[in-house]
Design a protein around this ligand. Structure first.
Ligand code: NDP
Ligand code: PMR
Length: 399
């Protein structure tokens, strides 16, 4: 492991951006804009591997030569003429937006087999086809993060498939800015936090065992974060602001009956619930790093891919927002990024050797150069991360 790490280290330095905010704009230029105001209404296991490879040709490239070695592949493996196989990456919510764009970018390299973990099989298949993904580079497996049973079934099904797991990307999310009342997952948790955080929390914990078994040179677990969950940015200060408080709502079961449907115990607010879930995602990544990086060598990372203002994330927002949000981000905040570009950024975090460092929240500057961004005080609070971990373990049945 140490040897592998050393081979990646020289390129692990990334361009740092001056300052802490991914996008800086003059606040006065648009804070007065009423249109964009928040609408409240609304190690290795070679024996196992050999057996798996002989049973499943998908994802294994036996005749691959050094010339097409995947970025991130162990150099000593290349020079030692070991057979290199495709990396296997599971991406949740790969049926649209960022997840689909990253799946496409990775599949196109021919160095990755993408397991698209999606709640709507047909939609995912159509999306993969219209993105032009070649059949041998992807497969689709059912996963509904709004049900912990579905998460467990997915893990079971994935293991049955015999594929190794090299990278997991927790990407799926929902955003319910216009919801007046909470909705709940099958297990009775408020939907945004239930899907974006709790479903992924269980999935990541379960699949950690599979990542540990992978013999792929760099194994990674990536959880999407966002600028709007970070109150050290301008975007993170647009109301309603993210904030987990003392986690009393989550500790109480987040069920809207015995406790609040909000993590901090407050009144339901759909937009805040999403932003809170993103803090959970970023805290979880850091807690995973603290608990498991040293022993396993797995890279844990989060990222803000830029403002992908055209994705399905905003499907529940009012039509005027959906119309004006892309030009607002393109021309005023300059934080806009296309789905294609965001997909390339996520693909970098999946496979690029220069983004191997663990515990990092990646962002990109306007020249699309990656840098290690600074998380807000709350999104980097180690005590809160531990408390969140312990409560989440109970809610998903791990403790
Ligand atoms: P999209 O809505 O386009 O994609 C979200 C994906 O999540 C879809 O594939 C959706 O499936 C899936 N999904 C939703 N609910 C569930 C569920 N219960 N079970 C399984 N899958 C589910 O949004 P984006 O591509 O924009 O978002 C992707 C990630 O990027 C999110 O984590 C988001 O927080 C993050 N992000 C996005 C930003 C942006 O500007 N758009 C900025 C910063 C971060 P289906 O297709 O069936 O609806
Ligand atoms: Mg924001 C630096 C400026 C910046 C950036 C990069 C974003 C990203 N936003 C910025 C600024 C502003 N936004 C300002 C000044 C306003 C008030 C006019 C504003 C408004 C706004 C709204 C109403 N922005 C939003 C919304 C949403 O509903 C989106 C949201 O919060 O979803 C949770 C959103 C976003 N702005 C962003 C990004 C990336 C989003 C998408 C949310 C995310 O995934 O985090």
């Amino acid at each position: 492991r140490a040897k592998e790490t050393a081979s990646f280290l020289p390129s692990a330095l990334s361009a740092r951006k001056e300052g802490k905010v991914a996008c800086t704009v003059k606040e006065s230029a648009f804070l007065g804009s009423s249109i964009f105001e928040h609408h409240k209404s609304q190690f290795n296991a070679p024996v196992l591997r050999t057996k798996r490879e002989s049973n499943h040709s998908v994802g294994v490239v036996k005749a691959q030569t050094t010339a097409v070695a995947a970025p991130g592949l162990n150099q000593s493996a290349v020079h030692g003429k070991k057979v290199l196989r495709k990396g296997v990456v599971v991406i949740t919510g790969a049926s649209s937006g960022l997840g689909l764009a990253a799946a496409k970018a990775l599949a196109e390299t021919e160095k990755w087999h993408v397991v698209m973990a999606c709640r709507d099989f047909l939609k995912a298949e159509k999306a993969a086809q219209s993105a032009g993904m070649a059949k041998e580079n992807y497969s689709i497996m059912h996963l509904d993060l709004a049900s912990l049973d579905s998460v467990r079934q997915f893990v079971h099904g994935f293991r049955q498939s015999g594929r190794p797991l090299d990278v997991l990307v927790c990407n799926a999310a929902i955003y319910r800015p216009t919801a007046r009342t909470p909705t709940y997952t099958a297990d009775g948790y408020e939907m945004s936090v239930g899907v974006n955080h709790l479903g992924h929390f269980l999935l990541a914990n379960m699949l950690l065992e599979d990542l540990k078994k992978s013999d792929y040179p760099s194994r990674r677990l990536i959880i999407l974060g966002s600028i709007t969950g970070n109150t050290n940015t301008l975007a993170g200060n647009v109301p309603p602001k993210a904030g987990l408080g003392d986690l009393r709502g989550l500790a109480g079961g987040l069920d809207g009956r015995n406790s609040s449907a909000m993590i901090d115990g407050g009144t339901f607010d759909g937009a805040k619930a999403y932003k809170d879930s993103k803090i959970c995602n970023m805290l979880t990544m850091q807690e995973l790093h603290r608990r498991f990086h040293e022993d396993t060598g797995i890279t844990f990372a989060s990222l803000y891919p830029g403002c992908i203002a055209t994705t399905g994330l905003f499907r529940e927002h009012i039509p005027l927002f959906r119309l004006l949000f892309p030009p607002f981000q393109k021309f005023i905040t300059k934080g806009f990024v296309s789905e294609d570009e965001s997909g390339k950024r996520l693909a970098q975090v999946v496979g690029d050797p220069s983004l191997l460092k663990s515990g990092v929240y990646w962002s990109w500057n306007n020249n699309s150069a990656s840098f290690e961004n600074q998380l807000s005080e709350e999104a980097s609070d180690a005590v809160k991360a531990q408390k969140l971990w312990e409560i989440s373990e109970k809610l998903v049945g791990l403790a």
